[in-house]
Ligand binder design. Structure first.
Ligand code: DGY
Length: 344
């Protein structure tokens, strides 16, 4: 007698993901891939995805029309384990009726904390100080040693006042900061502003840049935000101001940033993301007034666990034609009403 055919849908995992996401995936799907913690070669991605009902990918994977076509007609959903989805060609997915999902919300606090780690590190020269001590160059206390800039009472500029931008701004309450912000969809509603907060919406990004002592970027990467911060914008910033980027590298023209830092116009920069990750623009690593992190925004055990779990939950909901909260292209949802099993 033939063994009964498994009725589980198929999920292709491009890379190892943390628990509880991995176990949940195995319960709900026939899982292939996901054995190693490194990005897949393009060929392996194209081969591996063939025949999948769901593709679970990460920001290190480029998922374009060719990958979607290689998956074949069963593919229902591309579930990205990230809030950003610039690694996916969403119009190509939409055109083919494939849902794209992401993992917003669960990484808000982790990313806001890391933006603050960068703000404090760069303004108070924490990494320079650490290096000095380790290298045996700390000889004695001096009234002039590694002077930074005051963060308390300074003006914080937030570019992109979504979930993460607001979480960064809420933390600024503890530093008694005025916050000036730019937001694509206009000012926040009064009930979205915490009591006592001095959050001032600016119509124009330039006005944020002109007023802030520290500018923190929180917009998604798309055609409109690529190089949003170039040489002109960097020179609109106040002399000695700091730039922090925990969003996506290409939002900043990294070569222009190196110039603005090297010429001394800016006080420093704290970067978690890079224009051509993991490569750095020439000259960046040689500057002492930058703090450079390897894309750690969501890197806590708790957050990465939730991201993996949510990415799998999104895939499960999509293949079962259940409501999917985190759809990036919700217009596809109405076309997906029949569950995957109808296709067997
Ligand atoms: C995201 O989710 O987009 C983050 O960059 C991952 O850390």
């Amino acid at each position: 007698m033939n063994a009964p055919m498994s009725t589980k849908p198929r999920l292709f995992l491009t890379r190892r993901i943390p628990e509880p996401g991995f176990s949940l995936a195995q319960e709900a799907f026939i899982v292939t891939g996901g054995d190693e913690d490194r990005p897949l070669e393009r060929d392996s991605l194209l081969r591996g995805v063939a025949g999948a009902d769901a593709l679970l990918c990460l920001l290190t994977d480029t998922v374009d029309g060719a990958v979607i076509d290689a998956a074949g007609p069963r593919l229902r959903v591309i579930s990205n384990m990230a809030v950003g989805f610039d690694n996916i060609d969403v119009p190509a997915a939409t055109e083919r009726g494939i849902l794209v999902t992401n993992t917003p919300g669960v990484l808000t606090d982790a990313t806001a904390d890391l933006a603050w780690a960068l703000i404090l590190s760069v303004a108070r020269r924490v990494v320079e100080g650490d290096r000095m001590v380790r290298e045996g160059r700390f000889e004695e206390w001096s009234p002039f040693l590694l002077l930074g800039r005051a963060v308390a009472g300074a003006t914080l500029g937030i570019v992109g006042m979504g979930r993460i931008g607001q979480a960064v701004a809420r933390r600024a309450l503890g530093w008694d900061m005025r916050v000036v912000y730019a937001r694509k969809s206009g000012p926040l509603r009064p009930e979205q502003v915490p009591p006592g907060a001095r959050w001032e919406h600016q119509q124009d990004l330039d006005d944020v840049l002109r007023q802030a002592d520290i500018v923190s970027l929180h917009v998604p990467l798309d055609a409109a935000t690529r190089h949003l911060i170039g040489s002109r914008e960097l020179h609109l910033m106040r002399p000695g101001a700091f730039l922090v980027n925990t969003a996506r590298g290409p939002i900043v023209d990294e070569r222009a940033l190196v110039e603005a830092l090297a010429e001394g116009h800016l006080g420093g920069a704290g970067l978690d993301v890079y224009e051509s990750e993991p490569c750095l623009a020439p000259g960046l690593a040689g500057l002492s007034n930058v703090v450079l992190l390897p894309h750690l925004g969501s890197a806590t055990v708790e957050t990465r666990g939730r991201m993996a779990e949510l990415a799998v939950q999104n895939a499960i909901a999509a293949v079962n034609a259940e409501p999917v909260e985190n759809a990036v292209n919700p217009e596809v949802l109405s076309r997906m009403m029949s569950p995957w099993i109808d296709q067997i």
